[in-house]
Ligand binder design. Structure first.
Ligand code: DX5
Ligand code: ZN
Length: 226
């Protein structure tokens, strides 16, 4: 499988970190082997929760050189892409559901024009057909394995066939985007996602709620590769 030829990437989601100690937490997962730092931006409209904005992103930017993988769970992301780019995002991922952005093609193109890696995310109930026409504009596809809005939810196994179908589609079209999964990723579920074709794993609770971040990241990596 093509995913095997790619390095497996682990992206701790700081939504589950101790935010009173943001800097230390980001540095700790970096030392523990994180490849990307995943930052969940929620607007209380696209998802029923509010989290961070560009100011927190700027703070995270000051403490790490790792890529900041910014997941925008917001409506009309096109209005603030520049703000997030300026605040230090390396990857900007927007949702494909029409409730988020009407002009998905234009929004993804704008991310690349800003010099950032463009990502598109799909909710569990969203079919691949919604992104088929924009895959050539994507550097990352984020397949949600929970309904977004909260950390600590259970992985939805019914999404696994969609990951596999996306991997087949990327191979058929010769496209090189990363396939990331987000939600309920643990050492028990990571293997299923990677076997289906994911090569990047976002994990919040499984890392930040553990005592030893390095062992938690290693356990996820080993389980996924084993
Ligand atoms: C869910 C967020 C996730 C979340 C993952 O809305 O997009 O990134 O932080 O948390 P866990 O790994 O605890 O499911
Ligand atoms: Zn996320």
């Amino acid at each position: 499988m093509a995913s095997m030829t790619r390095p497996l990437l682990v992206a701790p989601s700081i939504l589950s970190a101790d935010l009173a100690r943001l800097g230390e937490e980001v540095r700790a997962v970096e030392r523990a082997g994180a490849d990307w730092i995943h930052i969940d931006v929620m607007d209380g409209r696209f998802v029923p929760n509010l989290s961070f904005g560009p100011i927190l992103l700027e703070a995270a930017r000051r403490v790490t050189a790792k890529p900041l993988d910014v997941h925008l769970m917001i409506v009309e992301p096109e209005r603030s892409l520049e703000d997030y780019a300026r605040a230090g995002a390396d990857h900007l991922t927007i949702h494909c559901e029409p409730r988020a952005t009407t002009h998905l093609h234009r929004s993804l193109s704008s991310i690349r024009e800003l010099g950032k890696r463009a990502g598109v995310a799909l909710n569990p109930g969203t079919p691949l057909s919604l992104i088929e026409e924009v895959l050539h504009l994507c550097d990352e596809v984020l397949v949600m394995t929970v309904n977004p809005g909260f950390a600590g939810q259970r992985f939805l196994p019914e999404v696994v066939p969609k990951i596999a179908a996306l991997r087949r589609l990327s191979e058929k079209r010769g496209l090189a985007f990363d396939i990331a999964v987000d939600g309920g990723i643990t050492k028990e579920t990571a293997g299923k996602a990677v076997a289906a074709g994911a090569n990047a794993l976002v994990a919040g609770s499984a890392i930040f709620k553990s005592r030893d971040y390095a062992s938690a990241i290693a356990a996820i990596r080993d389980a996924a590769q084993g």
